[in-house]
Design a protein around this ligand. Sequence first.
Ligand code: NAD
Length: 440
Amino acid sequence: MPPSVGRPMRSERGPACRCPSAPNGFAAVGAVLADRKAALSMLVAREAGKVLIEAGGDVQEAIDMAAFVAGQGRAAWGTVHPSELADTIAFTTRHPVGVVGMITPWNFPVAIPSWKCFPALLAGNAMVLKPSEHAPACADAFVAACTDAGIPAGLIQVVHGRAEPARALCVHPGVRAVSFTGSVATGRLVAAAAMETGPRLVSLELGGKNAMVVLEDADLDLAVDGALFGAFGTAGQRCTSTSRLVVHPAVADELVGRIEERARALVLGDPTSPSTDVGPVITRSAADRIAAMSGAVTRDIDGGAYVEPTVVRVDRSHVLAREEVFGPVLAVIEATSLEDAVDVVNSAAYGLSAAVYTRDVNRALRAVAAIDTGIVYVNAPTIGAEIHLPFGGTKHTGNGYREAGMRGLEQFSETKTVYVDYSGRLQRAQIDNRPPPPVS
Ligand code: NAD
């Protein structure tokens, strides 16, 4: 275990909820990441198989997160409240939790560590990052950019491996909070391990079964573009990938035909080539699992495992209508009305992202209200998070925390409630000073 784990960060840092290098330190981190963007993007493409424009987007999110967090060091850290007592003020402040253990997936190998590390640093914590075993070099390069920019050595440490170091972080008495992003199955193990020697704060950002609803009045050109980007971008390996297309029967045949035609034209191949649309999936076993679930065709290109973008029409009980695939497979389900479509969307155990395509603002907003996910898009695909907005999901997708935006700080800080009584006499709260009602 790295030496800083267990160090009493709280008492060293005092009550101020800020990284010593904030806010200018984050601007420096952003600048170093921007200087290295081309090399980092190439590394993401090579290690995670993301095509270059997606790899660049991954790195850009970290740059954007650094800029966002740099501006938050002077933002409101608490709230001020009136008190029920006279001559009393009440307010809240935020404080570091101490040392945070972070366990991250491979599919956003720079962005997700930044979503966790920057808010955690801003909140005044130290951290140990356990990145995916499939993208270790990206994590090392991200942390090197932070330390080269002046983040004090030791505040972000890295341990590599798979389950064993992750578990060690979860049970270590010096680790006060665990922030996990990955699959539901692993998230359950992580949460259980974190409670063995806990309780401790555990935030879980887990899988999705994201649906795009296309009503009969939708702009079909827009819906085709959205479905292609949402379902087959990043070879379907985003937590927010469009995995279900819930479509009205009146437009289903036309829409599915046009998506299939465009999908056939997508170029699979070397993710570092600008002409490639779809890169490989992360491992050969992932390709085999996706093919077994969906019947998709796998290909070997220069030693990489590829899955052909696949559209499958299924009924609502089919495994493709319910389970996360995490590959370029779009399951099509017909729904006869908005209400029926919302029922299909909400039938999944997950609740990350959804999209609704319609020209009718009333129906769009009814869908927004009725869909049970953490993120809803109107006339845009299910992917495309922005770092200043909360990110996360309902049901099996998470346990209520959100990443990014100001809510991203919650998992990395404790709230302290302060009462200041300046009356100079004892005032008793939670005491009923009114006379008791007569006993009948
Ligand atoms: P994964 O669950 O296999 O691995 C995630 C992390 O857990 C990795 O660091 C891995 O090494 C570690 N790990 C593996 N086995 C472990 C164990 N037994 N105990 C503790 N840690 C263990 O997930 P993945 O394949 O890297 O990523 C894909 C999954 O992540 C998908 O389900 C996707 O939807 C989800 N995801 C969610 C979000 C989100 O914000 N909700 C974002 C990205 C990915």
